[in-house]
Design a binder for this molecule. Structure first.
Ligand SMILES: NC(=O)C1=CN([C@@H]2O[C@H](COP(=O)(O)OP(=O)(O)OC[C@H]3O[C@@H](n4cnc5c(N)ncnc54)[C@H](OP(=O)(O)O)[C@@H]3O)[C@@H](O)[C@H]2O)[C@@H](O)CC1
Ligand SMILES: Nc1ncnc2c1ncn2[C@@H]1O[C@H](COP(=O)(O)OP(=O)(O)O)[C@@H](O)[C@H]1O
Ligand SMILES: [K+]
Length: 507
């Protein structure tokens, strides 16, 4: 799915009306009906549940008024609160006109803001995508009032006061919703940790906006969902052999961190690599041979950490980082790798920390390298703390462009920035994956996919991120989130990849 800017969303609304020969008022009715259906299905309010709709002067308020009419028509107890304004949008006015007289509808007054009991549902339809400045005065007072209430808050399109795709001052008034119900496409704001307390759990409801217009709209940001990924992994042909899927080399492990080596190795094998060779310090030889018999093991001349590079000729891709440690000799091996590698590289964990501590090495990164930092590792890479999540995304884009690499920023909606300036946000995964070793599993899986010559760098990265999160979702069904450990992810890589495999062509 594409992530559109507010200006593009407005243009899409207009183009939809033109292409479909419908009016914007009809579009508003579709939007309100979608929220109505969602409310009844997901929240299942009792007929006695008080539903308070707070409506602003624009089309977001118009959505709220149309929703109030639909809820009232279905027999629910609604109360409409209007934010006084000099000007109203035409579709607001049309829906205001259509509001049945029996509905209790009042203007908001700062001196007498309504009581909102804990069992009430509040619908926040004050401001949506049209927000162009921080809320002040009565609007700000209403937001503060909603935020102190115990009622359940459902934001229409976006919590009022929040910008759809840009940073704002931390103390700007913004509604803290439990649910946000948006239309057709998600908004960038929903994907950033700093907004989680405002957005709550979010839903995107299809309202039939023109698919052909969305298709033609150029964007920098994508939300990677199942439809986007379906069939991206080519099926294996009958006569495939080990060579088809590549021979990967993984440089990993140090004393006390061989678990990372084992997890990454297992993930690489489950990711479908043809052959895997793992270079570990001597202390890791028995561990690897016994835990991962499918992998070949090379031992370093050093006992406790990796210091050497084997001859790189046999390998289709090289991964480095999990459990590696940051010894000087390891850094030299990394430098050697960056200088000599002519095949795809996947760099993670301590390999990134070494890059951060020796930033001159960044100039040696071969083009199309894949880096997988979490936010702290990313900060070490750039050496500049991010002001907020938007700034960090900007840094990510700049980094990927400047170093011609594919850079991942791991988290709840892991972002992948490409050298061309596009950012992809992964949709799979769950908080159960916030457990030691999850990242090592990702590195192994990505290494397997980079060794597969059938895949572009972008497809390998997207498949790896999506399948890793999906493996987490499948695992959590069995273990629950708290009980999930990184080894469980390994078990579900196969099923996750199977879901993404292209079906044979049929007539
Ligand atoms: N996406 C879709 O497909 C569909 C979208 N639909 C709905 O339309 C919504 C967007 O509606 P919208 O453009 O009328 O803007 P909205 O957010 O109601 O603001 C209204 C006006 O408020 C003003 N204003 C701005 N900031 C302010 C502030 N801080 N304090 C005070 N005033 C402020 C500003 O006017 P100004 O004062 O600048 O002239 C602005 O124009 C969208 O979120 C969704 O709910 C559906 O109906 C159909 C399908
Ligand atoms: N709340 C979450 N939702 C989805 N994925 C998550 C969440 N928390 C962590 N993850 C995923 O788990 C992995 C953790 O990686 P990392 O921080 O490197 O862990 P480690 O260093 O312990 O291996 C990342 O791929 C990240 O995207
Ligand atoms: K809103």
């Amino acid at each position: 799915m594409k992530l559109l800017s507010p200006a593009q969303t407005r243009a899409l609304d207009q183009a939809t009306s033109e292409v479909q020969g419908s009016t914007s008022l009809e579009l508003m009715e579709r939007a309100a009906t979608a929220v109505f259906d969602w409310l009844l299905t997901e929240l299942q309010p009792a007929y006695t549940t008080p539903i308070h709709l707070f409506c602003g002067p624009g089309n977001n308020g118009g959505d709220g008024l149309a929703l109030a009419r639909l809820l009232h028509g279905a027999g629910y107890a609604v109360h409409v609160w209007l934010l006084p304004a000099d000007r109203h949008s035409a579709d607001f006015a049309a829906n205001h006109h259509q509001l049945p007289r029996e509905i209790n509808c009042q203007e908001l007054d700062a001196a007498r803001l309504p009581d909102l009991p804990a069992d009430a549902v509040v619908v926040d339809a004050l401001f949506g995508a049209g927000l162009n400045r921080p809320l002040t005065g009565l609007a700000a007072a209403v937001v503060a009032h909603l935020n102190t209430a115990d009622a359940l808050i459902v934001a229409v399109d976006i919590p009022s006061g929040l910008l759809a795709d840009a940073a704002q001052e931390p103390d700007n008034p913004v509604v803290r919703a439990q649910y946000t119900v948006s239309f057709e496409l998600p908004k960038l704001a929903f994907l950033l940790p700093q907004n989680a307390g405002f957005v709550g759990e979010w839903y995107v409801l299809p309202i039939g906006l023109a698919a052909e217009v969305i298709h033609k709209t150029p964007v920098d940001n994508y939300f990677v969902d199942a439809a986007f990924m379906q069939g991206r992994l080519p099926a294996r042909t009958r006569f495939s052999h080990k060579g088809t899927f590549g021979h990967a080399l993984l440089l990993t492990g140090s004393r006390g961190k061989l678990g990372a080596a084992v997890l990454a190795s297992k993930a690489c094998l489950r990711g479908g690599v043809g052959l895997l060779t793992v270079q570990v310090p001597a202390v890791g030889y028995d561990v690897l041979q016994i835990s991962v018999p499918e992998a070949m093991t090379l031992t370093d001349s050093a006992t406790d950490f990796v210091t050497e590079l084997p001859d790189l000729k046999p390998y289709a891709a090289v991964g480095i980082g999990p459990g590696l440690g940051q010894e000087n000799a390891t850094c030299e091996a990394l430098r050697q790798l960056l200088k000599t590698a002519r095949v795809p590289l996947v760099l993670d964990a301590d390999a990134l920390n070494l890059l951060g501590a020796n930033r001159e090495l960044l100039a040696l990164l071969p083009p199309d390298s894949l880096l997988t930092p979490h936010p702290k590792e990313f900060e070490r890479l750039t050496g500049e703390p991010a002001r907020d999540d938007y700034h960090r995304l900007e840094q990510l884009r700049t980094f990927a462009r400047r170093h011609s690499c594919y850079c991942v920023l791991k988290g709840a909606y892991t972002a992948l920035a490409t050298p061309e300036g596009t950012t992809y946000f992964n949709s799979t995964g769950n908080p159960g994956m916030a457990t030691g070793g999850s990242g090592d599993v990702l590195t192994g899986l990505l290494l397997a996919l980079r060794a597969d010559k059938r895949l572009s760098t972008l497809d390998a990265a997207l498949l790896g991120l999506y399948a890793h999160g999906r493996a987490g979702d499948l695992a959590a069904r069995e273990t629950g989130e708290a009980g999930l450990v990184a080894g469980d992810l390994v078990r579900f890589i196969g099923p996750a990849l199977r879901e993404l495999t292209a079906l044979p062509r049929r007539l």
